[in-house]
Design a protein around this ligand. Sequence first.
Ligand code: BDR
Ligand code: CA
Length: 312
Amino acid sequence: MQKIIIDTDPGQDDAVALLLALASPDALDVLGIVTVAGNVGLNQNSVNALKVVELSGRTEIPVFAGCDRPMRRTPVTAEHVHGKTGLDGPDLPDPKIALQDHHGVDFIMDTLLEAEPKTIKLCALGPLTNIAMALVRAPEIATRIKEIVLMGGGCFEGGNITPAAEFNIYVDPEAADIVLHCGAPITIVPLDVTHHMLATPAHLERFLNMGNKTGDAIHKMLTFSERFDLEKYQWQGAPLHDPCVIAYVLEPDIFTGRHINVEVEVSSELTRGMTVADFWGVTTRKANAHYLRHGDTKRYYELLVQRISKLP
Ligand code: BDR
Ligand code: CA
C-alpha cells in the first residue's frame, strides 16, 4: 500500500486523476487532498475537490485548502480551458462535506514530520506553491519525502500556456525552482508524455459506457474541456494530463524516462517557467529528476477504465 498526498487545482483532468486514486483503495492510501490556486481560484478549486470526493463516495478522505496565490507572481488562471467553474461539464451537486480547518501547507508539513521517513509520495497536479511553501517552512521534510511525482513542464513539445512554458510551472516558477532543488526524488510527467495520452472519441465513449455516474460525469467533463484543445491542436483528442501522475504511481512501467537535470527559467519574461531539460546530457549539471519521455497510451486508458468503473 502506497501512502500519497495529492496536491491539485481541479480542473477536469485533475478530477480524473483524483478519481483514479480514489478508485484504488487496494493500492493507494490517500492521506489527504490539498488544493492550490491554479486552473481557477483557490476557493472554487476547493469546492471542486470536495465535489469530486463526494462523487467517488470516498468522503472519509480529508480535503485541505492550501495557498491562494503563487509565491511571488500575480495569479494566472485557465478559465478559457476549464470553464468558469474550473470543472464545467457535469452538473455535480454542491458538496455536503467540508474542508478541514488545518491549512494545506501545515497538513503537508505535519504529515511528513510525523510519518516514518520516506513513506509518503507527493502527487502534484497543479502549480507547486504548497509543496514549495512546505519546503521553505520546514526544509527538513525534503529528506522525509519518498518521491514527488509532478505533472509539469515540457521540452520536446514546447509549452502550452506560452510557446516556452507549461501551465503549472508557468504559474509559479519560483515554487517549481524550489521543488526541483529540494533534493527529494522527483519524477516529472511533462507535456512530452501527456500530449500523447489523447482522449479520443473512442476513449471518451468507454467512460460513457461504464454505466456508473462517475463514468458519465467524466464523459461530460472531458467533452467540455476537450473543445479548447481540439481547436488548438487539431488532434484526434485532447491530452489527458494529470491522471498520468497517479498512473505512474500505480504502474510505473507504463512510462519510460531518464534521470536528468531540469532547471526552471525564473528570470526572463519571454521564457518564464520554461523547463530546461538536459535530455541529451550536454551539461555537467547534476541530475535532479526522473524525466518521463514516453507512455503506453493503451495501458493508460485501460488502467483508468478498469479502476474507475469500480466507483459509484
Ligand atoms: C496542466 O495545466 C492544467 O490546466 C491541467 O490541469 C494540468 O495540470 C497541463 O498543462
Ligand atoms: Ca491540474
